[in-house]
Design a binder for this molecule. Structure first.
Ligand code: LER
Ligand code: MN
Length: 279
């Protein structure tokens, strides 16, 4: 069963980014629950930024899961990348992700590697960068497995990375890894830029997709852009996708409206009244 989630950013340096709720985790959980979301996805500035006892209280009170936790603060705040040519800084990047994996595991959520993948250039050519990325994903995927979670790897559009831009290239990267504990994030915003056919790319990615960023062409809430969501939802159902459709979208015209539009689109597409209304 596909479940709904909505993002909340606690990273001041990411202001202006595609996150629905900002700054106040308690308020985000309350509104997400009121609207009927199953989960929140948390973008935190550091592995210890969220008080785990408080998070558990919020989860219990609002009956919410944590869909995933982001690692992008390692790049946004510290400039860390898993493909940094300098071994010492690369180690710091891997260690940052390991600690976010710990945070995620404590709330039963996988960590996402997106912008932390970095890019190739200068002294580092593409094959060498992909080797560094694969080495990092091997280590981090195995570590996530020890902690009882998966690791989620996200292909990004060409303006954000020159390493892996499509689901097919992401799936090829995953196939070359040692284990099978790393799954792909299909972000519909990036896919709208890079894929020839989003639904076909999802069908071809069968088995490798572990998380979805559910968002429209302009990175606004689903339904506020020009994506044709019917075939996308049908493709996700067809491959038996049973992870989250998580709204990583701009808070436009405001967080509440973006969240409301998302859950309305989710219900329309995935044919569920939402957990609270269906009992
Ligand atoms: C960045 O564009 C993005 O989609 C995030 O999910 C990456 O961490
Ligand atoms: Mn994304």
């Amino acid at each position: 069963m596909i479940r709904s989630a909505v993002t909340v950013s606690l990273v001041a340096q990411a202001r202006g980014g595609p996150f629905v709720f900002w700054d106040d985790l308690g308020a985000a959980c309350r509104i997400a629950a009121e609207l009927g979301f199953d989960a929140v996805e948390i973008f935190a500035p550091s592995p210890d930024a969220v008080d785990l006892d408080e998070l558990r209280r919020l989860q219990d009170r609002h009956r919410l899961e944590v869909a995933a936790v982001g690692t992008g603060a390692g790049m946004v705040i510290h400039g860390l990348s898993l493909t940094d040519p300098a071994a010492r800084r690369r180690r710091k990047a891997v260690d940052f992700v390991r600690e976010i994996i710990d945070f995620g595991a404590a709330c039963n959520a996988p960590a996402i590697v997106g912008s932390m993948q970095g890019r190739w250039g200068g002294e580092l050519d593409r094959p060498a960068a992909l080797e560094l990325l694969a080495a990092a994903l091997n280590e981090l995927g195995a570590y996530a497995g020890e902690k009882g979670t998966a690791l989620i790897y996200e292909p990004l559009n060409r303006y954000e990375t020159n390493l892996v831009n499509t689901v097919a290239d992401g799936a090829a990267l995953l196939r070359a890894l040692d284990g099978d504990n790393v799954k792909l994030l299909a972000d519909l915003f990036h896919m709208n830029i890079e894929e020839a056919d989003i639904a076909a790319a999802i069908r071809a990615g069968d088995g490798s997709i572990g998380h979805v960023h559910f968002v429209d062409s302009n990175r606004r809430a689903a339904g506020m852009g020009h994506l044709d969501f019917g075939p996308i939802a049908a493709a996700l159902e067809e491959i038996g996708y049973d992870g989250y459709a998580s709204a990583e979208a701009f808070p436009l015209p405001n967080p509440q409206a973006a969240a409301q539009a998302t859950i309305a689109a989710f219900r329309r597409l995935f044919g569920r009244a939402g957990r609270r209304q269906s009992g």
